[in-house]
Design a protein around this ligand. Sequence first.
Ligand code: T3D
Length: 257
Amino acid sequence: MYKTILSDVHHHVLTITLNRPAQLNAFTEQMLAELTEALKSAAKNDEVRAIVITGAGRAFCSGQDLDSVHIGADYGSIVRNQYNPMIQQLSNLEKPVIAAVNGVAAGAGFSLALACDFRIVSEKASFLAAFIHVGLVPDTGLLYHLPRIVGHAKALELAILGEKLSAVKALELGIATKLFTEANWEEEAARFAENIAKMPTKAIGLIKRYTVQSWEESLYEMLEKEAYAQRIAGRTEDHREGIAAFLEKRKACFQGK
Ligand code: T3D
């Protein structure tokens, strides 16, 4: 049903593949709408316990499709109406989202990777805040997420100088969670996602929700929110299973309930 992305569920992992390889998976209005829709339906699908976003071919995503930009158009409203709903959807999605960065992530493609909860990267991955090279400012949440991951000074450096960051450097800076060799990339990426999909999904959702909210809250408010979240987590089947597995000295088998 989608034209610019592929979507496939396997072992409770939904893999969304940005699929415009000839343009290095550059975003079009249609791709943004389809990605946002796929994330929305992942939120409602109990079968899905982890989401992977990756790119077809040699790139992850090269940002806005530069062949379809209309110079002089109101980019503000394009960002508000096409890009921001995708980032809001990612932030509100109470399931783990993994960017499997198989190649270059440039412009809004870098922003998309940063908005995911984990970035696993292949040796061939690179990150580039390309906006400055076309006289634009980073958008799609990059100015929010990047300083929170690498700190203020490094974020300014990456956003303003627009230099390409290698996979190894991304790992050093904490942008990447794991770096896998090219030879083992597909197998290791699948293993990483499947392991997360076997974890207590509701607890992960609560961790996401309250980590996001913590940026706006005081310590006292967060202590209360943690207590509230723990009340919910404490009533899940996965909590019961975790305790039973500990007492029975076996590996827990979580169902995401
Ligand atoms: O409202 C708004 O529209 C504003 C929102 C803006 C958000 C943004 O994302 S702005 C930033 C947009 N992205 C860029 O500026 C990145 C442009 N691309 C590049 O800088 C380079 O392509 C890369 C560094 C990503 C990769 O370089 P390289 O040497 O590996 O590949 P290449 O040869 O440059 O590209 C290969 C093909 O992909 C090429 O097509 P061809 O010649 O084989 O037919 C190239 O034109 C195409 N391509 C790459 N990026 C884009 C693209 N086509 C359309 N849009 C692209 N973004």
